[in-house]
Design a protein around this ligand. Sequence first.
Ligand code: A3P
Length: 344
Amino acid sequence: MLFKQQAQLKQKLLVLGSLAVGSVLYLVAHVGTLQRLQPICRVDHRLVPGPEQIPLRTLQFKRALLHELRRANGSRQQLGLQRLVQQLPQAIIIGVRKGGTRALLEMLHLHPAVVKASQEIHFFDNDKNYARGVEWYRSKMPFSFPQQITIEKSPAYFITDEVPERIFKMNSSIKLLIIVREPITRAVSDYTQVLEGKERKNKTYHKFEKLAIDSGTSEVNTKYKAVRTSIYTKHLERWLKFFPVEQFHVVDGDRLIADPLPELTLVEKFLNLPPRISPFNLYFNATRGFYCLRFNIVFSKCLAGSKGRIHPEVDAAVLSQLQRFYHPFNQKFYQITGRTFTWP
Ligand code: A3P
């Protein structure tokens, strides 16, 4: 009897011992996660008024919070969440369409001090929405703690004439993010998206070459929107009539695909946020062929399948013609922004 009890005790100790060793090994393996659970994180006072500190919540917490808010039907007091507010964005990703705007927004949302408007709001580029007023715009923003910053993205802003003045009227010191890719790649990506939409509706569509080159003059067709959108400097010049160049940050969309972390670190700096996005948060998914996002040890996600389409091959002569066309605009863009790319 005594022998049996001793054997049971030994077995229990063994199980407890293995659990303890397992836990230590687990914690060591996930030290990156532990870093994310530090209790306090200061957000630079230049972005958010007041010397308050914000709790460095995990994204899991943010998600649960939103879920609770939806369920609670507005009774924030009951949840002890009365400090939550809907803030106008302190930073906007204004474009460029197909530059990687969704990836940038989702990746910035890995930062515990960043909340994002999930949908494109189209407040400043859509007259009907704009007429609804700034409080309507605010109502579209997610709940956040006052020390967090809100970011939205609507890539149509970059190319729409009225937008710079409208944003300036709302907040003349807002931070503006522009993500660009090599202009021809971006134009082809733009074309591919429209093509897919036409195919879905069983409609026929011209080849990229036919749209990009004017058959009458054999010149590059600047009336074609996909071509025009990639003349970054032309659009930026309109914005510079309202905002100084220091208020813009240019993100390299091609680098965000290949190696996102350094680009995100630059954005954190531009937004005066403490660096919190780490290698732990990003992993390469070979099946998708892109980096995906890891929020914590349980939750990770890749972008939707509509991001990362296969582009059609473009005729070599048309490619060189487009390269010659974009070259002077690209040079000007480097000169204005102070960021040089290795575009042809
Ligand atoms: P392609 O579909 O041409 O590959 P936007 O969000 O502005 O529409 O940009 C879409 C582009 O984001 C995609 O263009 C894709 O290349 C790029 N992208 C950047 N990082 C990505 C990521 N981690 N996952 C998927 N797509 C990403």
